[in-house]
Design a protein around this ligand. Structure first.
Ligand code: ADP
Length: 683
């Protein structure tokens, strides 16, 4: 950018007052000066050979230097902001080598930071020797301020949008507040933040999150009284406090933060629907005050945090209420099971002794009890579904066999309802990887529903096939059908199409929710289809097929013949113990009863049982302790130990397993359960 200009005659900033066109020139000069003033553009010329820098009047004004004070390159560099000085020097040095000189940088003028934009060209004499440079400096402080304010507001909007989004998703108030406030601190150039929350129990404020002070100092201010320090005062008055120049302040409220070296501080109350949730404050050690727009950002962040805290509190309350309901249902089911146990056993005993009329009554009662047991079982499952506590015991299972068993147990119910059942299964086994108990539960639920929702004279078909490389099991009925709008909801928990329908057979709307959950746990799918009310329904279950492998190596152990002759029943409920012992006697077993743990241990030593049926929930010495004591005796160590309890959850099962029980049965134990217990009894 060599400049051809060579008319560098005088170093003066003003033209000569004499000359033929003096008046014109003077007018031109005035216009030129006004243009500089209006545009805030000054000019300069640097004679590099003598290091003399000439400035126009406007340049003196821009740089805040007394008019006429002699200037040099060095004195100019002095006015440049220290952080920009090296850059400016490097660019000028490069410009002297021919690089363009067009830069914006800061200067310190009269103690204030200003922005200038400079442009220059080089000047040469007639011989082409470098004389120096001529340039202009424009005061762009205002543009820069507008630009910076704009950038700041864009960043602020981004920050607030991000903050809102993250708070909306937040699960853990403390963690999110720590992360967010770190970001806000960064944006506002703050060094500390404090978040206190109200504590209703102590009627004080508790430090929930903070940053920028040592950990031990944070521990010291873990609790704060209302009315103490700035945060305590904000909490009391529920109004924000903005404090400036704190190190020079004598205000007693600022003593605490002054101790942390904080200069500027702003604390907002966290409010929700007129209720105080806590406070949120930010502080800076390096600045004496916060700008209004910075305080506005803190206010906006505080509002967002208050909203998020309210939402989290409400969610927690909802979850707790939901959990209490689940716990209540589980307890209810558990309590209902206890009286059912002796009733069920009693009915079984009566069966053997009844005349034909009584036998019919007994059969009816047995069916009703079975129904109640099913309802109670469903109830028990809710808590497990909700807590995700269903764990599968996977093995290779033949679905043909699962269907056979489900039909065996559910068929009589359909027959009693006057519903005809047909079964279509392949001749070959259809193996899947699954929990046989849970798979049977799926099929029984579907079959049972088909029976419940089909009028007498109707038909139900259960079919199994392999389609698209998956096992496809369907239960189709000619029953009441399902309206289109209900189809997507029948698998939801507690969903029922018509609550007034068939209450005698009624359920709780849990069965299908359980079916869907179990199908999913098996990597499968279930779907409902119906052409509408009165048009029957079809439920289809798809399960992945098991990989082919040598079946012989995986043959499920068939129950051995009963080998137990002596069985000890330990239960604090005399009705349960008695009915169980009578039931066992009908199976040809020699039974003894003990009503608590210590009596049980003593009886075991005397009676040397092969099998001990042990209730877990007994007052005093509970089932676990009794088991431990039993195992400590040679007689108890030799016996098979079976836990008998209303609690069938995975946790209890894991505990009984760990305590050395051989089997875990839930009350009321069925005849099949007892057969299973007898079958595993040691010789
Ligand atoms: P419920 O205990 O009410 O039977 P389920 O979860 O098993 O609960 O079923 C939910 C609802 O789906 C039932 O209340 C019923 O309205 C509908 N339903 C289930 N199976 C059938 C079927 N085979 N035919 C018609 N409606 C059915």
């Amino acid at each position: 950018m060599k400049n051809a200009s060579s008319e560098v005659s005088a170093e003066s900033a003003r033209p000569s007052p004499d000359g033929p066109e003096a008046a014109d020139a003077a007018r031109e000069w005035r216009n030129f000066t006004r243009a500089q003033e209006l545009g805030r553009i000054g000019w300069w010329r640097l004679d590099t050979t003598r290091d003399i820098l000439t400035w126009s009047d406007e340049n003196y004004r821009i740089f805040g230097v007394p008019m006429g004070l002699p200037q040099s390159y060095g004195s100019f560099l002095e006015t440049v902001h220290p952080d920009d000085r090296a850059m400016v020097d490097a660019r000028w040095t490069a410009a002297l080598r021919g690089e363009p000189y067009d830069i914006a940088h800061r200067i310190i003028a009269n103690g204030a930071v200003k922005w200038v934009r400079e442009k220059a060209v080089l000047e040469f004499d007639e011989k082409g020797e470098l004389l120096g440079g001529f340039g202009v400096a424009q005061d762009i402080t205002e543009q820069k301020q507008v630009e910076q304010a704009l950038q700041w507001s864009v960043r602020r909007n981004e920050l607030l949008t991000r903050t809102a989004a993250r708070l909306l998703e937040a699960r853990d108030a403390q963690q999110i507040i720590e992360e967010l406030c770190a970001e806000v601190m960064d944006f506002l150039d703050c060094d500390v933040f404090f978040n206190f929350v109200t504590d209703d129990e102590t009627n004080r404020l508790r430090l929930n999150a903070c940053a920028g002070i040592p950990e031990n100092a944070a521990r010291e201010i873990e609790w704060l009284d209302y009315g103490v320090a700035i945060c305590g005062c904000v909490a009391s008055a529920r109004e924000r406090i903005v404090a400036a120049d704190i190190t020079r302040s004598a205000d007693a409220r600022t003593a605490l933060i002054r101790g942390f070296g904080i200069e500027a501080y702003c604390c907002h109350p966290l409010m929700s629907q007129g209720k105080l949730l806590g406070t949120l404050s930010f502080g800076s050690r390096s600045r004496p005050t916060f700008r209004d727009e910075e305080v506005d950002v803190m206010q906006a962040v505080s509002n967002l945090v208050a909203m998020a805290m309210t939402r989290l509190k409400m969610e927690l309350a909802l979850r707790e209420a939901d959990q209490r309901k689940d716990e209540f249902l589980a307890t209810l089911a558990h309590e209902l099971r206890n009286p059912l146990a002796p009733i069920r056993s009693g009915l079984h005993i009566l069966k053997a002794q009844s005349d034909s009329k009584a036998a019919r009554v007994q059969a009816m009662m047995a069916r009703q009890v079975d129904h109640i047991v099913r309802l109670v079982d469903d109830l028990m499952e809710i808590a497990r579904i909700r807590n995700g506590k269903i764990v599968l015991r996977m093995e290779r299972v033949d679905l043909v066999e699962v269907i056979r068993q489900a039909v065996e147990s559910g068929g009589p119910f359909l027959a009693a309802n006057g519903v005809e059942l047909s079964v279509v299964t392949p001749d070959q086994p259809v193996h899947v990887e699954g929990d046989p108990v849970r798979l049977a539960q799926i099929v029984s639920n579907l079959l049972n529903n088909a029976g419940k929702y089909t009028e007498p004279g109707g038909r139900v078909e259960i079919a199994l096939a392999i389609a698209d490389g998956r096992a496809m099991l369907s239960v189709t009925d000619t029953g009441v059908g399902i309206p289109k709008d209900m189809l997507p909801h029948v698998f939801d928990l507690f969903a029922q199409v018509d609550r007034s329908l068939g209450r005698a057979q009624g359920g709780l709307g849990i069965g299908l929710a359980l079916v869907r959950k179990l199908a999913a746990l098996h990597g499968g799918d279930v779907a409902a289809h119906s052409d509408g009310q009165g048009k029957g329904s079809c439920f289809t279950l798809w399960l992945p097929l098991a990989l082919a492998f040598d079946a012989d190596s995986h043959e499920a152990g068939k129950p051995a013949a009963s080998v137990a002759h002596r069985v000890l029943v330990i239960d604090d409920n005399p009705d349960v113990a008695l009915s169980m012992s009578m039931l066992l006697e009908t199976m040809g077993v020699d039974v003894q009863i003990a009503v608590d743990g210590p009596a049980g241990v003593a009886a075991a030593v005397e009676f040397r049982p092969m099998l001990v049926l042990l209730d877990l929930g007994m007052p005093g010495m509970d089932g676990f302790e009794t088991a431990q004591r039993l195992r400590a005796t040679p007689e108890g160590a030799a016996a098979t130990l079976v836990a008998l309890t209303g609690w069938g959850g995975e946790e209890t099962r894991a505990r009984t397993k760990a305590a050395g029980f051989d089997l875990h049965l839930t009350k009321p134990a069925s005849v099949d359960d007892l057969r299973r217990a007898l079958a595993i009894t040691r010789n």
